[in-house]
Write a protein that binds this ligand. Structure first.
Ligand code: NAG
Ligand code: NAG
Ligand code: NAG
Ligand code: NAG
Ligand code: NAG
Length: 580
């Protein structure tokens, strides 16, 4: 009797231990979903009443909703570099000193350097199966088109399927052009100058005022022809050369087809989860949408209340739901941390020539993609892990997309690299309610290479101060963005510098409407001084590195071009698009 009782006790104890073990937050799977250019005003759980995002909203209901989640940069390439490495983009050289802050060509030599460590590499070393499906935008090659030095496969991803560069209007026939339009403008001006020079010289010669040798005319004519040829080639070949899908290191569809693209990538992501259901995995699902060119399949086209943008966003939400369903079906829900964010705020200036809005909503916040007003950097941040993270909780503390790096590394049992500064902070104590304070007392907001603003959340205070060293010159007057240039630039006559810095208290003025004045805030100078000291301390930790977005590294280099080689000549197309 007593013996069987002891046995039962022992069994219960063992069962209890086993249960506790299985409940412990150890080595979960990770599904990290990054939308492109989705605004914080778009998902229903952030207050949108007309755009339907039931699946994204489900993450908020079943997990934690961050309301001051910040992208490390308001632009794709630097924001993604920071996300992958947990470090400010200036540390990896992924912050441009020119006007162009992102990669535009598949055959550029810049990219995330191999000296950087991504969370994918850490997790791969811990035995995780790792995949990136969707957009990469962090470079491909360095020296030749077989080195793949910047490719996802060189940064810890076992599997890659998607766009090496980015989705652009220019990639979709009939969707208009943004980039090729800009290039046309760039080439047309020198062409006009050349034509003018030719006519003037001709006239002078005809009048006998200047004996211009014929060879000068010939050279000018050849130059003009070359420029014109270049322009025509560029416009004609941009799409096949830059808009293609890869599977692993091979080109799989060139140019890419938008037919059912969201479905195809979602289905592939679901297959990756199924293949790895029995082992720990990391899936970065990096949505192509809702960056222009917008697209939606038959089931979604014309169904939303917000035109092509709404259709694409709702279809993306459907994709999120598909992945959640697969996790549920495989009973992986309680063992998987799902994260949802956007790489930056909505692109306010994305308006079609016909006046249709193709950019999303940043809710109450000012500005958007490309600038550091809250609308450019405050992004959705949702984390769900049933049983470990509370459900339906909202956290307003400042957090960053760089925090994913140390959070994921720690949960996977990986030590952090010790030879470098990691700017992200482990999110778990905040998410689990073990602390009420973010570890980010200061955050630094860069516009490309340039420190643009400092955020300070002082200890023992609910204030969140934000000081701008400069602000972009919105145009036209009174607009909420930089419409003539399509995106705001970060230096020169495109910005206004502020001495003293323009100070806001986001806790009282989240819309950044009323700068704090010395008269209204007695601690004005004291606050600015604390922020300046922090900025100086931070600046001392930034080591100069080669700039990956220099003109030389973002140019198109023919020898780095990837092509389906099966068709002869310059056409650079796969004979048959992939079917999946
Ligand atoms: C490409 O570059 C890599 C690294 O620089 C080198 O090892 C490789 O031999 C090169 N391949 C070709 C075909 O030149
Ligand atoms: C897209 O998917 C739908 C439904 O699955 C299918 O009927 C259609 O043929 C697909 N379109 C293309 C171009 O693959
Ligand atoms: C909801 O999203 C749509 C699409 O971005 C936008 O037009 C609309 O203004 C948003 N509504 C709110 C309340 O933010
Ligand atoms: C998953 O976790 C939730 C929350 O703790 C719990 O209610 C549910 O029963 C768990 N499901 C499974 C299959 O263990
Ligand atoms: C913040 O509050 C704690 C406890 O209330 C106190 O020990 C600490 O000195 C305070 N720090 C500052 C900077 O005021």
């Amino acid at each position: 009797m007593s013996k069987s009782r002891t046995m039962r006790r022992l069994l219960l104890l063992l069962l209890g231990l086993w249960e506790a073990q299985s409940r412990a937050p150890s080595r979960p799977n990770f599904v990290l979903i990054v939308a492109d250019d989705l605004g914080i005003g778009d998902p229903g759980c952030y207050g949108n009443k007309t755009l339907r995002t039931p699946n994204i909203d489900r993450l908020a209901e079943e997990g934690v909703k961050l309301t001051q989640h910040l992208a490390a940069s308001p632009l794709c390439t630097p924001s993604r570099a920071a996300f992958m490495t947990g470090r400010y983009p200036v540390r990896s050289g992924m912050a441009s000193q020119t006007r162009i802050g992102v990669f535009l060509f598949s055959a550029s030599s810049g990219g995330l350097p191999n000296t950087e460590v991504t969370f994918a590499r850490l997790l791969k070393d811990q035995g995780y199966a790792t995949a990136l499906i969707g957009k990469w935008h962090l470079g491909t090659h360095c020296h030749n088109n077989t080195d793949f030095c910047h490719h996802p496969s060189s940064h810890g991803f076992d599997y890659f399927h998607g766009l090496p560069v980015t989705n652009l209007r220019d990639c979709k026939p009939g969707a208009g052009s943004v980039f090729t339009q800009a290039v046309r403008v760039l080439v047309l001006a020198p062409l006009q100058a050349l034509a003018l020079a030719l006519v003037t010289l001709g006239a002078l010669r005809w009048l006998g005022l200047l004996p211009v040798p014929g060879v000068v005319f010939l050279v000018l004519l050849l130059l003009a022809a070359a420029l014109l040829g270049l322009l025509l080639c560029f416009l004609h070949f941009f799409r096949p050369l830059n808009c293609f899908l890869m599977r692993g290191r091979a080109v799989s569809q060139q140019p890419l087809s938008y037919d059912n693209l969201t479905q195809r990538l979602t289905a592939d992501a679901a297959r990756f989860i199924r293949r790895n259901a029995e082992r720990p995995f990391l899936l970065v699902f990096s949505c192509i949408q809702v960056h222009t060119a917008l697209y939606a399949s038959k089931d979604f086209a014309g169904k939303s209340k917000h035109g092509a943008y709404g259709d694409a966003a709702e279809e993306m939400d459907w994709g999120v739901g598909q992945l959640l369903n697969v996790l549920e079906e495989l009973q992986l829900t309680n063992n998987t941390l799902v994260y949802f964010t956007s790489d930056q705020g909505a692109h306010v200036e994305e308006v079609t020539p016909k006046g249709e809005r193709h950019g999303g909503s940043n809710g109450i916040f000012k500005g958007g993609k490309g600038n550091n007003w809250e609308g450019g950097i405050r992004v959705p941040g949702l984390l769900r892990w049933p049983g470990v993270l509370p459900a339906g909780v909202e956290i307003a503390e400042p957090t960053s997309n760089m925090d994913v790096f140390p959070t994921v590394a720690k949960l996977a049992g990986s030590p952090l690299p010790e030879d470098r500064i990691i700017d992200g902070r482990d999110l778990m104590p905040l998410l689990r309610g073990e602390t009420q304070r973010s570890e980010h007392e200061f955050l630094f907001h860069y516009c490309n290479f340039y420190l643009n603003a400092v955020r300070w959340h002082p200890p023992n205070s609910s204030s969140v101060w934000k000081a701008f060293l400069f602000t972009p010159n919105f145009a036209p007057e009174g607009a909420n963005g930089c419409f003539p240039t399509h995106v705001c630039f970060c230096h020169g006559h495109f910005v206004t510098r502020h001495h003293p810095p323009l100070l806001f208290d986001l806790s009282r003025d989240p819309r950044e409407r009323r700068p704090v004045t010395p008269g209204a805030e007695p601690r004005f100078w004291e606050i600015l001084e604390a922020m300046q000291e922090a900025a100086e301390r931070h600046a001392r930790t930034v080591v100069p590195v080669p700039n990956q977005l220099s003109v030389g590294r973002i140019l198109w280099k023919p020898w780095l071009q990837m092509c389906c080689s099966s068709s002869p000549g310059l056409s650079c197309q796969c004979p048959r698009g992939e079917q999946d």
